[in-house]
Design a protein around this ligand. Structure first.
Ligand code: SF4
Length: 333
């Protein structure tokens, strides 16, 4: 078996806050192989984005990585390589599409220059070659009249266009892995379909892997082959996309699926229920004892309050963190 492109093991990120230590990412492990699309889903505050940022060592200030955390990408130890080597990987081999284009784009450079800059920093291409590549990529992400738009500044473009510029910057060098954090949320459905198609094309043509972070289970169903469900800083379920959608086991996964009309109808276990999960994700300074989902779980019993469930394998590629795996008779129907 070939080794995975990306291997994350026991990733832990914490912050010291006035309210105590926030364990925002708490022991996350997963792999991504070349050409694979893996989805990470969960509500805001579950640790998805911070997990993604950690892979590129872009943890917000004050964040602390536990020494046990490991992130290996193409054989490099991402958490300990020197900054210079890290910069060579970022943007070239592993790129990220950020959620907020306005904060990630430079307001005083034209968008064409910003895409061309990625090319210039990482390759030996001339200024004109880099510009031509930038314009071609801007056209591929659906920017009409790309040559003219390339000469404009971020504030002259709409939010959706800026998002496409960010996507062009991430994809222009055809990286081995792109981390896409809610990549299409700000885009209308036609452009969204075009971006997803571009990601698929790069996956097929160059074997690009995609780590797709989203709350949109429809996009996950369409794009991903494997899904990680995160709750309160932990992975609570991991499965191939078909198994997860047809037979979710964790009550949180069931809740997420039941909240999406088209998916609720497709799912066998959530058929007649269309609802939202009661309550909200607790703050990371106050994860409950035992199972972190217990305050919101309709199946919870005494054991769930005292005993933290481990992530256990239920099928070769299906892992679940819930006591119902050992005590299925506790499930309330
Ligand atoms: Fe619900 Fe208990 Fe399973 Fe947690 S361990 S998800 S509280 S049944």
């Amino acid at each position: 078996m070939t080794s995975p492109l990306l291997s994350v093991s026991d990733l832990r990120v914490s912050f010291q806050t006035d309210a105590g230590v926030a364990r925002a990412v708490d022991g996350v492990s997963f792999t991504v192989s070349a050409g694979e699309t893996v989805g990470i889903v969960g509500e805001s505050g579950c640790g998805k984005t911070l997990t993604a940022l950690s892979l590129l060592r872009l943890i917000p200030s004050g964040g602390k990585l536990a020494p046990s955390s490991r992130v290996e990408f193409e054989g490099a130890d991402m958490l300990s390589i020197p900054e210079r080597e890290l910069r060579a990987v970022r943007g070239r081999r592993m790129a990220m599409i950020f959620q907020e284009p306005m904060t990630a784009l430079n307001p005083v450079l034209t968008v064409g220059d910003q895409v061309a800059e990625v090319v210039r920093v990482h390759t030996k291409r001339s200024r004109s070659e880099a510009w031509a590549l930038a314009v071609a990529m801007l056209a591929r992400v659906g920017i009409p009249d790309a040559a003219a738009r390339a000469a404009q500044y971020p504030h002259e473009l709409s939010g959706g266009m800026r998002q496409r510029v960010m996507i062009a910057m991430a994809l222009v060098l055809e990286p081995a892995l792109v981390i896409a954090d809610e990549p299409t949320t700000a885009l209308d459905v036609t452009i969204q379909a075009q971006i997803l198609e571009l990601l698929r094309e790069l996956r097929e043509r160059i074997g690009m892997a995609v780590l797709l972070i989203t709350h949109d289970l429809g996009v996950v169903a369409e794009m991903a082959s494997r899904v990680l469900v995160m709750y309160a800083g932990e992975v609570v379920e991991e499965a191939p996309v078909e198994s997860l959608f047809a037979q979710p086991i964790h009550p949180y996964t069931e809740g997420l699926l039941a909240a999406v009309p088209s998916l609720a109808l497709a799912s066998q276990t959530t058929q007649e229920r269309l609802r939202t999960i009661p309550g909200t994700v607790p703050p990371p300074t106050a994860w409950p004892s035992g199972c972190r989902f217990r305050d919101r779980c309709e199946h919870a019993w005494e054991r769930c309050a005292t005993d933290a469930p481990a992530l256990v394998q239920v099928q070769p590629a299906h892992r679940v963190r819930c006591h119902l795996v050992q005590e299925p008779e506790r499930r309330r129907t």
